[in-house]
Ligand binder design. Structure first.
Ligand code: AMP
Length: 638
């Protein structure tokens, strides 16, 4: 019996290789695409979802069309992420294992470029690449694409979502005009259509499954708040979603730093990703995010290109993009790999028009959502805690040795009292923070009044200016930090040497991840700023500038560091970690809760007050108690 792949025109050596992989029959897309692509004379557009056997659909014909006697790149496959890049390269190596001299190289960011350059120099017929790194290598004139006959754009919609349009243009311009382009995409939004139109001539089109114009798994929501309440709104959204794993988009580098800094100070586990970071810094930030030891990534559009992290639950547009087309790129960071996700815009009422424009572009309606009240947040957090306590894995061996002492401590309390106390331990902190929390929502017709400001209502979150420098000192921002392996001492010498000031004039040094703050006596600060010119560190320009003000709404009103998200982690019950305010059970390893205890007063227990008093009474879930994960301490800022 003739092998079905042979029937499609695939040669024996490749058929034998796919047989070994367990491919007995071609998938529908392979059945349709292989004969067309084998002709090698047409451009091609294939609409197919991931998992349909796309890689073999283009990979097998490619192997028939390539001249393996030559060691020049003849096929270039561009794809959006390093994971896909590695997977495709691996698949094609497997398909071509019986072809002597076949060489496939995977070119992707975040890995050693020298190794990739070496592999290219050694001779390669098939290059599988992510756009950014490919462009880098082209820029180094380290690859010759003059013999490229086939370019495959895999997951084209995703590449465009990630903002690779220009990179793709640049890469394609280095390949011969006569090449054939094969485009695969799960969806066919207008941007992908445009690529097909611009780069292809009468492409053969195949559709497997249904067409759609955007990611159907993304819910789009917007919240209308006063401009000055944006930061408070962001925090409330995060607090209401304790398991959030999100990307927050800002417009400028300074904004990303500002928002990240405030979130860190407020105890959330966040960091900034922007264009001023070196590749190494960027990799470190991304590694933390990918490993989920960071919960919120604050990014600019440019920096967020190519973020290929699955399971992002939320994209938050802290500021809408200037170019509304970028919204698709942003929202595409969530709902990847068949998951669902939410894209949120925090806007002021003047920006409603932009929402309508975006709706047109994405072909989907936004839901106007109301920010949860303080009461809602507390309830959500309370039951988050209750579920976590219920589900926490008990380390019998370790806890066993303490049980009799623990029981002694609780001897005078009933089960109900113990449960109530465990729940209150964390819950009270949110109550304290959120009691009297104002309604941050603003309706469209409230705009006039709202913009003038009903300041009374926000009285308690007013001008408590949380983080100014000490009197007589200026607070300076510098774009290096602990990810550059600086200690406070290193930073002190670095600043003093380059700024030519005495160490005595330097006050507090606040070492962050990718940036830091240094307080310097105001007179010396001027000298420092004047001298600090053209300073480089690890080949990167180091900037120092007077620290911007906090986003207004973030001042005051914060409820102190959230131990759980705490940027600076402490041992606590080593190994356990928390995510949201009440701790989480989903983040990676080493995190523990009680961040930032050193920085302020500890918030005591105490009973809930005011409007939230009835809460504990409503906690009907009388589940067995457990110990608090992570030992969180929330810092109260006066
Ligand atoms: P892809 O859409 O190329 O990522 O392929 C999805 C999965 O299907 C991969 O694990 C492939 O190895 C597998 N696959 C592709 N083609 C076939 C086939 N004809 N028979 C069995 N498995 C296949």
């Amino acid at each position: 019996m003739i092998n079905p792949f042979s029937k499609l025109g695939i040669s024996d050596d490749v058929v034998n290789a796919v047989k070994e992989l367990g491919f007995e029959n071609p998938t529908p897309i392979q059945e349709q695409a292989i004969p067309v692509l084998l002709e090698g004379s047409n451009d091609f557009v294939g609409l197919a979802q991931t998992g349909t056997g796309k890689t073999a659909a283009f990979g097998l014909p490619l192997l028939e069309l390539i001249d393996f006697k030559s060691n020049k790149p003849q096929a270039l496959i561009l794809c959006p992420t390093r994971e896909l890049c590695l997977q495709i390269a691996n698949d094609i190596r497997n398909f071509s294992k019986n072809k002597p001299n076949a060489s496939v190289v995977a070119v992707y960011g975040g890995a050693n470029i020298m190794q990739q350059l070496r592999e290219i120099r050694n001779g390669v017929q098939v290059v599988v690449a992510t756009p950014g790194r490919m462009l880098d290598i082209i820029g180094r004139k380290a690859i010759d694409f003059s013999n490229v006959k086939y370019v495959v754009l895999d997951e084209a919609d995703e590449m465009l979502n990630m903002g690779f349009q220009e990179d793709i243009n640049d890469i394609l311009s280095t390949t011969p005009d006569e090449k054939k382009t094969w485009l695969f995409s799960a969806t066919m939004p207008p941007e992908v259509r445009r690529i097909a139109k611009n780069y292809m001539e009468n492409p053969t089109e195949l559709t497997m499954g249904t067409k759609n114009t955007g990611n159907v798994n993304i819910e789009h929501e917007y919240y209308v708040v006063r401009a000055r309440d944006k930061y408070a709104a962001l925090k409330r959204i995060v607090d209401y979603n304790p398991d959030i794993f999100g990307v927050v988009f800002c417009k400028t580098k300074m904004d990303t730093q500002d928002v990240a800094e405030h979130l860190i100070k407020d105890g959330y586990n966040a960091d900034a990703l922007h264009g001023d970071l070196s590749q190494q810094q960027r990799d470190k930030v991304m590694k933390r995010f990918r490993e989920r030891s960071m919960q919120l990534l604050i990014a600019t559009d440019v920096a967020a290109r190519g973020i290929d992290v699955n399971d992002v639950t939320h994209v938050i547009n802290f500021a809408l993009p200037d170019e509304i087309e970028s919204y698709t790129h942003r929202s595409g960071r969530t709902a990847r790999a068949g998951k669902t996700g939410t894209s949120i815009c925090i806007i002021n009422s003047k920006e409603l028009g932009k929402i309508r424009q975006i709706e047109k572009i994405i072909g989907k309606k936004f839901t106007k959502a109301d920010l949860p009240t303080g009461f809602d947040v507390c309830e959500k957090q309370l039951f988050g805690l209750i579920h976590r306590v219920h589900n926490v894995e008990v380390n019998e061996e370790q806890i066993g040795q303490y049980m009799s002492r623990i029981n002694d401590e609780f001897a005078d309390l009933s089960k109900e009292e113990i449960i109530k106390k465990f729940a209150s331990l964390e819950f009270n902190r949110f109550l304290e923070y959120y009691q009297n929390a104002p309604d941050l929502n603003i309706s469209a017709d409230e705009r006039e009044r709202g913009e003038r400001g009903d300041r009374r209502e926000r009285g308690e979150r007013g001008e408590r200016g949380g983080r100014g420098a000490e009197a007589g000192y200026s607070r300076l921002f510098i774009n290096v930090g602990s990810v550059d392996d600086f200690t406070r001492g290193d930073l002190l010498s670095f600043v003093c040497n380059h700024g030519r000031i005495s160490g005595k004039s330097v006050g507090k040094i606040d070492l962050k991840g990718v940036f830091s703050f240094v307080e310097v006596e105001s007179a010396s600060a001027e000298t420092l700023m004047a001298n600090f010119k053209d300073v480089q560190y690890n080949g990167r320009e180091v900037r120092i500038e007077v620290s911007g003000d906090a986003p207004r709404s973030s001042r005051g009103g914060d409820r102190g560091g959230r131990g759980g998200f705490g940027g600076e982690r402490r041992g606590g019950y080593g190994g356990e970690r928390r995510s949201g305010g009440y701790g989480g059970d989903r983040r990676s390893g080493e995190r523990s809760g009680s961040g930032r205890r050193d920085r302020g007063e500890r918030s005591g227990g105490g009973n809930s007050e005011g409007g939230f008093r009835d809460f504990s009474g409503r906690s009907r879930e009388e589940r067995s108690g457990g110990r608090r994960e992570g030992g969180s301490d929330r810092r109260r800022r006066s």
